[in-house]
Design a binder for this molecule. Structure first.
Ligand SMILES: NC(=O)c1ccc[n+]([C@@H]2O[C@H](COP(=O)([O-])OP(=O)(O)OC[C@H]3O[C@@H](n4cnc5c(N)ncnc54)[C@H](O)[C@@H]3O)[C@@H](O)[C@H]2O)c1
Length: 387
C-alpha cells in the first residue's frame, strides 16, 4: 500500500465521523465539514463541556441530526461511526485513541501524539496492533505550500539541502475557557512539544533525515521573571492571569539546534511575546534556497550559479492552488480531511501516520531536556533507549 500524498477527487461516499473534543480545534474540523458537504457525515459529537458542544454544532450543516454525548465511550459504541477525530487536550489522546482502536475506528488524532515519549510510544503501539488508520494532525504535511517545497527539494532545485530554520515569533498561547491546559507542561507536554512539533516535523521532512542530537537554550522570560509580565509590555492582546503565571511550567522562548544523521542542521526559534505571527521558514541548499512565511503562502526560490557568479529567483504563489476551498486554521487543514477520507475508503495508510508523529517529537522532547539541563547536548538515542 502506498501512503496517499495527493488528492484527485472526493471519496465516493461520506465517511461517517464522530468528533471527540469540541473546543477551538474541534470547531475548526467542524467548519471543514460545512465547506465540503459530501466528504463526511458527522454522526455524533462529544465533549465534557456542553458550551463547547453548542458552539461546535453551529458549524455543522444539520445539527439536529447529530447525536451529542459527554462520554466518548458512548460515541465509540456507535457502530455506524467509521472514524473519529480526536481534538482533546494532549494528555487525553492516549486513552481515547487506544479505546477508539479497540472499538475498530479509524483515527485522525490532533498533534502532538501525547505529553511524553513513553505515552506517545504506547499510542503508536496501539495503532500498529490495531490494523486501523492513524493520521496525525500535522497539517503542514497536507499543505500545498510545503508539498511544493518538498517536491522542489527532492527535484534538486536547491542542490543538496543543508540547513533549515523556522522562527515562531508569536503571541502567547490563548487563555480563558478550557484552554489553559497548554500552560501546564504535564497536560500539554511543554511548548516545544505542543506547538513546535509542527516545525520539527517540517525539518525532518525537508532535510530527509533523522535527527540525532539537540542543543537548546530557553526559559520563561515573559511567563515568569525579569519583570517582563505581559501586561506591562503592552504588545500582547491576552495577558497571562496572575495565577497562571505562578504555576506555568512551559518555556516561552528558546533557540533549539538540531543535528541530523547526514550532518545537516536545523534551528528553531520560539518566542511567545512577539505581537505578530509571520513564521518565516527556510531551507538552504548547496545550490540555492527556498524560503516562505507561513502567513502569506508564497514560496521564494533562489538558485545560485557560483561559476557565473549569478543567481536566478522565482516566487511561487501557493495560495491559489488550494482546490477552491479556504484553508481554515493552518494551511493543509482542509486537505488533511480529504486525504484521511480517501485513506479510509481505499484502506491506505496515512501519509502523516504515527511514525511521522513520533519522529516530530524527538527534537521537541530533546530540546526541552537540553534547556532543563542548562544547554547540554542531548542525543535522540538516549531518549529512545529509555522509553
Ligand atoms: N493541528 C493544529 O494546527 C492544531 C491547532 C490547535 C490545536 N491543536 C491540537 O488540538 C487539540 C485540542 O486543542 P484545542 O485548541 O481545541 O483545545 P481546547 O481547550 O480549545 O479544546 C479541547 C476540548 O476538549 C474537551 N475535552 C477534554 N477532555 C475531554 C474528554 N475526556 N472527552 C471529550 N472532550 C474532552 C474540552 O472540554 C475542550 O472542549 C490539542 O491536541 C492541540 O494540540 C492542533
Amino acid at each position: 500500500m502506498q501512503a496517499a500524498e495527493r488528492q484527485d477527487s472526493a471519496p465516493p461516499r461520506p465517511v461517517r465521523y464522530g468528533l471527540i473534543g469540541c473546543g477551538d480545534m474541534g470547531q475548526v474540523h467542524a467548519m471543514n465539514y460545512v465547506q465540503q458537504s459530501g466528504l463526511v457525515e458527522t454522526v455524533a459529537v462529544c465533549d465534557i463541556n456542553e458550551a463547547n458542544i453548542r458552539a461546535l454544532l453551529k458549524h455543522l450543516p444539520d445539527p439536529a441530526a447529530v447525536r451529542v454525548v459527554t462520554d466518548y465511550r458512548a460515541l465509540l459504541d456507535m457502530d455506524e461511526i467509521e472514524a473519529v477525530v480526536v481534538s482533546t487536550p494532549n494528555d487525553r489522546h492516549l486513552e481515547i485513541v487506544r479505546d477508539a482502536f479497540a472499538a475498530g475506528k479509524h483515527v485522525l488524532c490532533e498533534k502532538p501524539l501525547e505529553v511524553s515519549l513513553a505515552r506517545s510510544r504506547q499510542l503508536v503501539d496501539a495503532w500498529r496492533a490495531s490494523g486501523r488508520i492513524l493520521q496525525i494532525g500535522l497539517v503542514y504535511r497536507y499543505s500545498p505550500l510545503f508539498r511544493t517545497m518538498a517536491e522542489m527539494i527532492r527535484a534538486g532545485k536547491i542542490g543538496v539541502p543543508l540547513m533549515a530554520w523556522c522562527h515562531e515569533f508569536r503571541q502567547p498561547f490563548p487563555v480563558g475557557r478550557t484552554r489553559e491546559w497548554r500552560y501546564d507542561a504535564a497536560r500539554s507536554g511543554g511548548a516545544l512539544v505542543e506547538k513546535d512539533c509542527h516545525h520539527f516535523d517540517l525539518f525532518n521532512w525537508m532535510l530527509g533525515a533523522k535527527p540525532v542530537r539537540v542543543q537548546a537554550m530557553g526559559g520563561q522570560l515573559a511567563v515568569k521573571g525579569a519583570g517582563l509580565g505581559l501586561v506591562e509590555t503592552g504588545v500582547i492582546r491576552e495577558p497571562y492571569p496572575a495565577d497562571l503565571v505562578a504555576r506555568s511550567g512551559i518555556y516561552d522562548h528558546a533557540w533549539v539546534n538540531v543535528e541530523y544523521e547526514n550532518g545537516t542542521k536545523a534551528n528553531l526559534g520560539l518566542c511567545f511575546f512577539a505581537p505578530d505571527f509571520g513564521l518565516p521558514f527556510g531551507v538552504l541548499g548547496s545550490e540555492g534556497r527556498l524560503t516562505t512565511r507561513l502567513v502569506d503562502g508564497r514560496l521564494e526560490w533562489m538558485r545560485y550559479d557560483y561559476a557565473r557568479g549569478a543567481h536566478e529567483t522565482a516566487v511561487i504563489d501557493r495560495q491559489s492552488a488550494i482546490h477552491g476551498f479556504g484553508q481554515i486554521g493552518h494551511s493543509g487543514g482542509f486537505d488533511q480531511h480529504v486525504e484521511f477520507c480517501r485513506c479510509v475508503r481505499e484502506e491506505r495508510p496515512a501519509f502523516c501516520d504515527g511514525q511521522v508523529g513520533i519522529e516530530s517529537l524527538y527534537p521537541a522532547f530533546a530540546g526541552q531536556l537540553s534547556i532543563a539541563e542548562g544547554g547540554r547536548v542531548v542525543t535522540i538515542a538516549e531518549l529512545t533507549e529509555t522509553t
